[in-house]
Every structure is written in C-alpha cells, then in structure tokens.
Write a protein that binds this ligand. Sequence first.
Ligand code: TMP
Length: 211
Amino acid sequence: MSPFITLEGGDGAGKTTQVALLVDRLQIVGVDVLHVREPGGTALGEALRPLIKGEIAASPLAELLLLETARAQLVEEVIAPALEAGRTVVSDRFYDSTIAYQGFGRGLDMNIIQDLNRIASSGITPDATILLDIEPTAALSRIGAGIDQRSDPADQQRFESQPLEFHERLIEGYRSLAAEEPARWYVIDASTSVDRVGEKIWAVVTSVLKL
Ligand code: TMP
C-alpha cells in the first residue's frame, strides 16, 4: 500500500489552507497524490457534509453514525482503491477527528467510536498524522480575522456555538492521541504564519515519503 497522510486539528487551525498547499507542492515534485476531505469526498459524503456541519440538529450519536457512514463510503469508493493503485492519499481529517470531536468533545463512549472507526475505515490506518496545534482562543481570532482560507461567517458561528471548553477538550484530546502514538503523529505549532507552518509540514512529509 502507498502512503496515507492525514491532517488534524480543531476549527480555525488553518488545516484546509495547509492541505491545499501541501497537495500542490506534492504535485509540483511529481507525486501522484489524491486529496480528500472528511466528511465528504464522495457523492454520499458531500450530501451528508452540510447535515454534519450543523444545518439540521442531530444528536451526538446520530452525528457519529452520519460521520461513519460518510467515512465508510469514502474509504471503500476512493481511499482504498487509490492506495491499492499506488497513489499517495492526503486527507483533510480522518478517524482521529471522531475521537477528538465525538469522544473528547461530545463525550460519547470511546469504545463505540473506536469500533465504528475500525469498521468504517476497513482497517486502513494513516501512516502519518499531522496535528496543527493551536490554542482555541488564537484559532477563534484567526477565524474572525478571515486568515483561514475557508473562513466564513457560518464557520465562525459554528465555532462560537460551542463553549470554549469544548475546543479546549478537543485540543487536549488531540495532544493525548499524539502522545500515545508518537510514531504516527507529528505535532506542529499552527499559531505562526501560513508559510512557516507550511514549511514544517513539508519537512515532515518529505521525510515520511522519503522525497
Ligand atoms: P472542516 O471541514 O471545517 O474541518 O469541518 C468539518 C467539521 O466536522 C468540523 O467542525 C469537525 C467536524 N467533524 C467531526 O465532528 N467529526 C469527524 O469525525 C469529522 C471528520 C469532522
């Protein structure tokens, strides 16, 4: 199987901007790379995305099941075939987001999440996961200032609809996941400039891919 790289972080960490920069850079050096995002990446996943992003109220368990549905489709239809075909896959979020948001954030049972993550991902695990680490207060002002590429009022509203403690639980959760599995995780300080964060991500990815 070829390399599978995921990027993780809370809202406003600059992840979407950085994934796009990374994928461009990989293409420039000739890597055959597939860029996907979660939730999304398939017709079913893109249809579920607005629901998951909060257009219609869902209970935490219902939200979890929607996320895993989108993931199962993405893995089966897109990620697994691409990896089998020798392509490098870069995903904007993967199952660690579910542990962070639905587990640490919303307090759902971690065993249920782990089981569903394993089932939905058909046993596929990332080779490297980059955590864009930023304090929630800094992320919030970044969203507000429009520094984040995809920043829009809906994102800001969504961020603010959760108490600051939710975002703090998320980042603490992510840090504990990274500490538990240091061989897979790379923690990058995302509070600096887009260029500096991009350089750090590039250093990680070139070493993982042995470019
Ligand atoms: P994003 O594209 O801005 O990262 O939006 C995706 C949103 O969905 C974000 O708020 C995090 C949330 N999400 C979860 O809560 N759990 C998950 O497993 C995934 C993939 C995303």
